[in-house]
Ligand binder design. Structure first.
Ligand SMILES: *Cc1c(COP(=O)(O)O)cnc(C)c1O
Length: 335
């Protein structure tokens, strides 16, 4: 029996021995008192990478997104986003449930920005008549669109619009590291085009747990209160922050390997590898469920993210040999 090759998600990574050693060594304190030095080091480092004043460690990316968006949008106000955005589709309505905001969406085949649609939807303060738009949210890279990178020029144009209207721009950067490695765009360039961001350490970077909100000192102070209110105040959590620091030191540049493996899988499945920018391959298949089943029987785990959509994700736990074996099996099953 050969090893199972798990391509369902890049959240499936397990901490490496070196990462575990870093976690074991971590200096810790009570982070609700602001006394965990490892958490502070991580927050300061990530804030610095994106050129923002501060950052806040959270247990999940979903919590980071809820906290981030709520610094810009209040109850009864709206955020505009793409229709398959994680905040709209995959956070179980958290933004509505916790913040009480509403969303309106545009659709884009690659999960990108449709600026004319945003301009049409944007609603300024019209008193007691219409829901007021307070922010626009974009995802980079875009998960359900297949790990697509949001072109910097599009982000730039959107940010020029939101700034001119006096509203905020939120970037769900769960996989911003992949966009950075795929394009060479500095993280600070992404940071400069957002009021607030959410970034994950627990996807391709391979940390077991952890995300951060990134933004102004004021927004982070407010988010610290809301994090506690939501039950996300953690104590000696430097053990987890140490995993994040280790990931930033050792697991960012290697994302290029994941991207290469994803292109290899795409080619095997008859998807144009040129369309695969990062670590996610999406297949449109009428036999989606059967393909998942057949792959599983051969030790390759993949998953559906829609009735006719199959998703393959490469990550730290997949080496060249795994990718090649998966490609051979999937080429046979999809031919
Ligand atoms: C995974 C992910 C998140 C956060 O997910 P959690 O499971 O809550 O950590 C947010 N946005 C995108 C695009 C994601 O892929």
């Amino acid at each position: 029996m050969t090893n199972l090759i798990d391509l369902r998600s890049d959240t499936l990574t397990r901490p490496t021995p070196d990462m575990r050693a870093a976690m074991a060594r971590a200096e810790v304190g009570d982070d609700v008192y602001g006394e965990d030095p490892t958490v502070r080091a991580l927050e300061e480092r990530v804030a610095g990478l994106f050129g923002h004043e501060d950052a806040l460690f959270t247990p999940t990316g979903s919590m980071a997104n809820v906290l981030a968006v709520r610094t810009l949008v209040g109850p009864g106000e709206e955020v505009l986003c793409e229709s398959s955005a994680h905040i709209a589709r995959a956070e179980l309505g958290a933004h509505a449930a916790y913040t009480g905001l509403t969303m309106r969406t545009w659709s884009h085949p690659r999960g990108g920005v449709d600026l004319p649609a945003v301009e049409r939807m944007f609603a300024p303060d019209m008193g007691p008549f219409f829901v007021r738009t307070k922010a626009v949210s974009v995802e980079n890279t875009h998960n359900f669109a297949g790990g697509t990178v949001l072109p910097l020029a599009d982000l730039d144009a959107l940010h020029a619009f939101t700034s001119a209207q006096g509203i905020g721009l939120h970037v769900d950067g769960a996989r911003i590291w992949n966009a950075h490695v795929a394009t060479g765009t500095p993280l600070s360039a992404y940071g400069a085009r957002a009021e607030v961001m959410a970034v994950c350490l627990s996807k391709g970077l391979g940390a077991p747990v952890g995300s951060l909100v990134v933004g102004s000192a004021e927004a982070m102070a407010e988010s610290r209160v809301w994090r506690k209110r939501m039950g996300g105040g953690m104590r000696q959590v430097g053990i987890l922050a140490a995993a994040g620091l280790h990931a930033l030191d050792h697991h960012v540049e290697r994302l290029a390997e994941d991207h290469e493996h994803a292109r290899l899988l795409a080619e095997a499945c008859g998807v144009d590898p040129e369309q695969v920018e990062t670590n996610i391959v999406v297949l449109e298949r009428s036999d989606a469920a059967e393909l998942v089943e057949a792959a599983s029987a051969e030790g390759i785990r993949i998953s559906t993210v829609g009735p006719r959509t199959v998703r393959l994700v490469t990550h730290l736990g997949i080496d060249r040999e795994d990718a090649q074996r998966a490609a051979t099996v999937l080429a046979k099953l999809t031919s």
